[in-house]
Design a protein around this ligand. Structure first.
Ligand code: ZN
Length: 373
């Protein structure tokens, strides 16, 4: 029995052996804080070693930090202590409780528990808007007023909200061979938000409807800081992201899993956006590690990503931010068959992007050798 258990563990680890070292030498020697990763707390040390060796990432914020009061956040807090704060959790709330009479009380209590456990912020998943059904069968909207207490309290407690609303625009188009995200949609039919909902309660909302709910949510809470996941939830429309950054000083965006999409736009236009909003764009990758150590680098196909792709994944990010290279491969091939163009950002903008903005937004101390003005 003991031998069998040991063997199982050995096989699980072999799924994720140490990957070959990346050639990050050609990229800027700047410490990086990745504000969007998913790591099981038990694998914290191993994950951090990989992040540091291949991505120069000295700290990572875990968007799978768990729920307070017995829902996994305690394990994440323990991993934070073990790693001297190098892996820090966001926490989650069960928003499906919104129709219960005690929801406001639950939300306030839970957010206080999140803060007390040391969570850096609240993570809101795309299930809000696309996955949580109410008693009447309708979907819980991102801007449902009964959730106001969640976002107001997060603001009072100075917990930024990492919010994922909607999904790639192509997921709202027919899931056919003509769809440019067919590789992902054919591997994961449930990722489609086109047409009728599978539970029989009408149609999916459009991409625009969900996005407008998200914008109303950001507008409603000027004292709450929002970190729009996946390039502000609109990587296909950088002009929309720029308009929102101009309109809402409480909005920040991160780059997780969207270099393929933003890298398709005119690099001069994107560079101007990154420079203009240099204090509110943060480095995130959406690097995901499964419970058994399997890897998902930006998006999943039918199988997990091989460890040999880790250096390639990081290098494509750095090449995008730091070089003026043209027509090169993006970090996540399954997201589509196209190339991207680099931004060649100035060094000081890279310092903001890679770590300085994260220390400001989350109130964490600067990496060794750096200080936050
Ligand atoms: Zn994520």
């Amino acid at each position: 029995m003991v031998a069998v258990a040991a063997m199982t563990i050995a096989i699980a680890w072999r799924v994720w052996p140490d990957a070959p070292r990346a050639s990050t030498r050609r990229f800027a020697d700047i410490p990086r804080i990745d504000v969007h990763v998913h790591v099981p707390p038990a694998l914290a040390e191993r994950a951090l070693r990989t992040f540091r060796e291949h991505g120069g990432v000295v700290m990572a914020l875990n968007a799978s930090g768990g729920h307070p009061n017995g829902g996994g956040l305690e394990e994440s807090a323990e991993a934070m202590r073990r790693t001297n704060g190098a892996l820090r959790p966001y926490c989650h709330l069960d928003l499906s409780r919104v129709e219960r009479a005690d929801f406001a009380d639950y939300a306030r209590r839970s957010l206080h528990a999140c803060r007390d456990a040391g969570a850096v912020g609240l993570k809101v998943f795309k299930a809000l808007g696309l996955g949580i059904s109410l008693a009447d069968g309708s979907l819980l909207a991102v801007d449902d007023p009964r959730l106001d207490v969640v976002f107001e309290t997060a603001g009072e407690l100075a917990l930024p909200v990492l919010i994922h609303s909607g999904d790639p625009q192509a997921f709202f188009e027919p899931a056919t061979r003509d769809n440019e995200r067919w590789d992902e949609l054919s591997a994961h039919p449930s990722w489609s938000f086109h047409g009728a909902r599978p539970d029989g309660h009408g149609a999916w909302p459009s991409w625009r409807e969900v996005f407008e709910q998200y914008e109303r949510r950001v507008a409603r809470h000027p004292r709450t800081r929002f970190l729009g996941a996946h390039f502000g939830n609109a990587p296909e429309e950088p002009e929309t992201v720029a308009r929102m950054l101009d309109a809402y000083p409480n909005l920040f965006v991160e780059t997780g899993a969207r270099i393929p999409e933003i890298g398709r736009h005119d690099p001069a236009r994107m560079r101007a956006l990154f420079v203009r909003h240099r204090e509110r764009i943060l480095f995130g990758t959406d690097f995901q590690i499964g419970a058994r150590g399997t890897l998902v680098l930006g998006s999943a196909g039918r199988e997990a990503d091989p460890p040999s792709r880790v250096p390639v994944f990081y290098e494509a990010h750095f090449r995008y931010f730091e070089t003026a290279d043209r027509r090169f491969a993006h970090p996540t091939p399954i997201q589509g068959d196209w190339t991207i163009d680099g931004l060649d950002l100035p060094r000081d903008v890279l310092e903001d992007l890679y770590w300085r903005n994260a220390t400001r937004l989350f109130g964490i101390s600067a990496p060794p050798g750096r200080s936050t003005p």
